[in-house]
Design a protein around this ligand. Structure first.
Ligand code: GLN
Length: 230
């Protein structure tokens, strides 16, 4: 049976790890999951006539959930990597990001990737940031369940640096009131986020068509400006 003959389940279940503002986070008043990714996937759902049901999962539980079929897709600031693309499928890229180094505001010794040698680094489990930190010679790496906890460890002075997605660290500093932390140096990587689906999922086309419509109609830009206003 060709993949396109399958009609999608409604509601359409989409996994996300909701501690990655401004991409996905829980509104502490309403408990609702909000963010750039949330607006994007809901708009894609509208184009496809589907109700999106978000499922909040640990980041390292997302790929297993796609593989077991307990969710149909995932949107979670997830970087398209060759390794992941062997296990799952991705939509076309929908956001350009990259890894940034964060240090305490008064730190003037760490300015680049090379300066991280032998330092204490906090990262989020299962992420591209965790993989990049592993390349630092002699580094003592501490792994956290989410990026917010890793940044808090830096504020507390228990680590020297955090390697995390630049847009998320920047948002924490500029918009979420994270104090005493700064970003240093250039972005370490150029990364593109994709919506994740099971390998050979019949819904890749549906997601890509929705994304294309949002970009053509200008709706993508409206959502972008809502969360990344200059
Ligand atoms: N973009 C990073 C990755 O894919 C981090 C994603 C996240 O923490 N939600 O590994």
């Amino acid at each position: 049976i060709p993949a396109f003959s399958q009609s999608p389940p409604n509601p359409f279940k989409v996994a996300t790890e909701a501690t990655f503002p401004p991409f996905e986070f829980q509104n502490n008043k309403t408990g609702q999951i909000e963010g750039f990714d949330v607006d994007l996937i809901k708009a894609i759902g509208e184009k496809a006539g589907l109700t999106i049901e978000l499922v909040n999962l640990p980041f390292d539980g997302i790929i297993p959930a796609l593989q077991s079929g307990s969710v149909q897709a995932a949107i979670s600031g997830m970087t398209i990597t060759p390794e992941r693309a062997r296990a799952i499928d991705f939509s076309r890229p929908y956001f350009k990001a990259g890894l940034a180094i964060a240090v305490q505001e008064n730190n003037d010794t760490i300015k680049s990737f090379e300066d991280l040698k032998d330092k204490r680094i906090a990262v989020q489990i299962g992420t591209t940031g965790a993989a990049e930190a592993k390349k630092v010679p002699g580094a003592k790496i501490t792994t956290f369940d989410n990026a917010v906890l890793a940044l808090q460890e830096l504020v507390n002075g228990n680590v020297d640096a955090v390697v995390n997605d630049g847009p998320v660290t920047l948002y924490a500093i500029k918009d979420a009131g994270l104090k005493g932390v700064k970003i240093v140096g250039q972005l370490l990587t150029e990364e593109y986020y994709g919506i994740a689906l099971a390998k050979n999922s019949p819904y890749v086309q549906l997601i890509n068509d929705g994304l294309a419509k949002l970009i053509e109609s200008g709706q993508y830009d409206v959502i972008y400006r809502k969360w990344f206003a200059a």
